[in-house]
Write a protein of this length. Structure first.
Length: 254
């Protein structure tokens, strides 16, 4: 196992902040090697998350890189001042992990832009089927999505759990600097608005929940009809392990 990383999602009215912990390990290490922080700021819309700023702090504050999303102009200002065209829908590496939580996906192929502080790429997500995965709190039914990059250089799989508002339970990314990485959801914690800093019971899988629905009001409440998060601040911890190249295959199981 390489390590773990905690992602924290906070909401104030229609604005969000997503950030990693003080040390980027696990999946976050794909972006930041060693210590560092990753942060995304933006708005919550009826269509999900709309980032305005994506920042990476590579080891220290003086190594901070920022990308700014200019939605009116249709471009992204990268950290070196270069301007890249922005084709909607568009996300950054943090918002794409949480987008399905705020806006459950349809079963159709989805093409989107992904902007980091240094470049903008295009990806397509395709639903391959349903799969039941073992999880510490019991088996959970997931949708397995396959992601490919427009240039064919990147490939990944995501297992989204409808019963947990489509949070990724498992991810597998190939062709990275560390080979193939597999990321597993370890825990979910929600801080109730009425008692900041307290732990709430993580959402438990509901085996009989239909694959295309979410259930507002369940533990770890998800977005409401207006596209906003419920009165919680979800915090997700993932554990990551490296595998040999070639382990990610179409239709691979748990």
């Amino acid at each position: 196992m390489i390590g773990d990383v905690t992602y924290r999602c906070e909401q104030t009215v229609d604005r969000y902040r997503i950030a990693t912990g003080a040390q980027a390990r696990g999946l976050a290490a794909l972006i930041v090697h060693g210590t560092g922080k990753i942060e995304s700021l933006g708005r919550i819309t009826p269509n999900g998350l709309k980032p305005y700023e994506f920042a990476i702090e590579r080891g220290s504050a003086d190594k901070r890189e920022v990308a700014y999303f200019d939605w009116d102009a249709g471009n992204v200002v990268l950290h070196d001042g270069a301007i890249a065209p922005l084709e909607a829908p568009a996300f950054d590496p943090l918002t794409i992990l949480w987008q399905s939580y705020f806006s459950p996906p349809s079963r159709n192929d989805q093409t989107f832009s992904l902007a980091t502080t240094r470049r903008v790429s295009r990806y397509t997500l395709s639903l391959e089927g349903e799969e039941t995965l073992a999880w510490p709190r019991g088996n959970v039914l997931t949708q397995r999505w396959h992601r490919t990059s427009e240039d064919g250089k990147s490939e990944a799989w995501f297992w989204l759990a409808p019963s947990m508002h489509y949070i990724p339970v498992k991810m597998r990314i190939t062709r990275t600097s560390r080979g193939t990485l597999e990321v597993l959801l370890d825990s979910i914690r929600a801080d109730a608005t009425a008692a900041p800093g307290t732990d709430a019971e993580p959402p438990r899988p509901r085996d009989n929940t239909p694959a295309n629905t979410s259930t507002p009001g369940a533990p770890g409440q998800g977005p409401d009809a207006a596209g906003q998060c419920g009165p919680t601040a979800p915090q997700v911890t993932n554990r990551t392990r490296a595998a040999g190249e070639g382990t990610a295959q179409s239709g691979a199981t748990g």
